[in-house]
Design a protein around this ligand. Structure first.
Ligand code: ZN
Length: 458
């Protein structure tokens, strides 16, 4: 999440006399655009007569996670989550969705991914040396801890577990949802905290879904602007988990990993997919990745649940990402992935907040994603967002991984190479051929991609 360690340390140290901690409650940082979006959403909810807590989309969060706070001006600050909760409330989405009760993850659950030593280090981080401030830096120059960090870290992971436990029950109406959590997770490795992340929330939840709910194949799509290096490493030798990351990649950008040739190891070769993109990538680029890469890979892998490491630092205006995805673009990706989840895994789609450092913008992205889930679950058009099509490419647009890179992954080879002779499966073929098998979700998938993706001119 940080640009690089040195830069962030400089930022943190640039205003040493500011008040300690970071309450993160500015009087109002909600933009006019965000208010309009919230009003449109509220009108749409009213028009469709949603009733309280009956939206069939689950949300989980806990305001206690606002207490994890560090240096003034640190990008990973409480205002991020506070603003998300504020805009979800303003838009009416919060009351319509099912609220799942938060909980802490247990040490045993965390140790499915992390070493006991790392779990202990986070547990004891409340007492990190603070040098007269309200926080310390026990995990390196970027990753602060204060007295509340252990509780918040266990909550952050536990909230996502609670979401999974709720949605995987047979007796509830919700199959998908979002965990609004911090600290984030995707840079945390088995043995270390890194890049503002303590525990790898998504990795822990995937292991939990496998261990406690018997899921065999789980896919993770990481659309945070930074490579999810922690998650990548946790699953690099595991062919039961598909890890797919699209991210900005250049020599100075954190964490410096995630090149296309990193496709996993030994028997799991091909089950890690890294799509490095140029600085400045936007809606068209992510649409291209979705069409040519994510859809065929998901089709081949056929997961039983899909997790999204949902960082919003690729949004235009993010102070660290320098990219140009729109809030509507994140909603659009959510819709694509929901339809894949609906087709392959009964709609089991779990979003977990990762990075994103402009509180107003990440809250707008969250509103788009949650509203999209509601629209999809109820088979409704959204208030304008339904018509969203990624804009046409500009002459300078840098398109990411083209089909030419597909042979890097055996999954790609398998789905691509035999395409001509293979019976069509009912989903999303990269060459635009209509699916022929009339299975669940076929029409929705076909209509959607015919309208929104396959008609795009590349
Ligand atoms: Zn990030």
């Amino acid at each position: 999440m940080p640009h690089e360690a040195g830069q962030l340390a400089t930022m943190a140290g640039s205003e040493p006399d500011m008040a300690e901690g970071n309450a993160g409650h500015p009087t109002s940082i909600t933009s006019t655009q965000a208010r309009s979006r919230a009003e449109a959403t509220k009108a749409w909810l009213d028009a469709n007569s949603f009733s309280e807590s009956q939206g069939r989309v689950a949300l989980v969060s806990d305001e206690a996670m606002l207490l994890h706070a560090g240096p003034p001006n640190h990008p990973e600050r409480p205002a991020r989550l506070a603003e998300i909760l504020r805009q979800l409330d303003m838009s009416g989405l919060h009351s319509i969705c099912k609220k799942v009760t938060s909980r802490e993850a247990t040490k045993e659950e965390l140790m499915r991914v992390h070493t006991e030593n790392h779990v202990e280090l986070v547990s004891k981080s409340a007492t990190a040396k603070k040098k007269g401030k309200g926080w310390g830096l026990p995990f390196g120059p970027d990753t602060y801890a204060n007295e509340h960090t252990p509780h918040c870290s266990f909550l952050s992971a536990g909230c996502l577990l609670a979401l999974v436990d709720h949605c995987l029950q047979d007796t509830v109406n919700e199959r998908c949802g979002m965990a609004l959590i911090r600290p984030p997770g995707h840079h945390a490795g088995a043995e270390k905290a890194s890049g503002f992340c303590m525990f790898n929330n998504v990795a822990v939840a995937v292991r939990h879904a496998q261990s406690e709910h018997g899921l065999k194949r789980v896919a993770i799509i990481d659309w945070d602007v930074h490579h999810g290096n922690g998650t990548n490493d946790v699953f690099s030798e595991d062919d039961s988990v598909l890890f797919f990351s699209l991210h900005r990649y250049d020599s100075t950008f954190f964490p410096g990993t995630g090149y296309a040739e990193d496709v996993g190891k030994s028997a799991a070769r091909g089950y890690t997919v890294n799509v490095p993109l140029d600085k400045g990538f936007g809606d068209l680029d992510v649409a291209h990745v979705m069409r040519y890469l994510i859809c065929p890979v998901i089709e081949k892998f056929a997961p039983e649940a899909i997790f999204i490491s949902a960082g919003f630092d690729a949004v235009r205006g993010d102070p660290l990402g320098d990219c140009r995805v729109s809030p509507e673009g994140f909603g659009w990706m959510t819709r694509c992935l929901y339809r894949l989840a609906q087709h392959y895994c009964e709609g089991r789609l779990f979003l977990a907040l990762e990075g994103g450092y402009n509180p107003d913008l990440i809250a707008q992205c969250t509103v788009e994603c949650v509203r999209t889930l509601l629209a999809e679950v109820h088979d409704l058009a959204g208030p304008g967002a339904e018509d969203f099509v990624p804009p046409a490419p500009s002459p300078s647009s840098s398109l990411p991984g083209t089909p030419a890179m597909l042979p890097a992954s055996p999954l790609f080879c398998a789905s691509n190479g035999s395409e001509a002779s293979q019976p069509s499966t009912p989903s999303l073929r990269p060459d635009g051929t209509p699916p022929s098998s009339p299975a669940l979700g076929r029409k929705a998938c076909c209509d959607f991609f015919a309208r929104e993706v396959l008609d795009l001119r590349h």
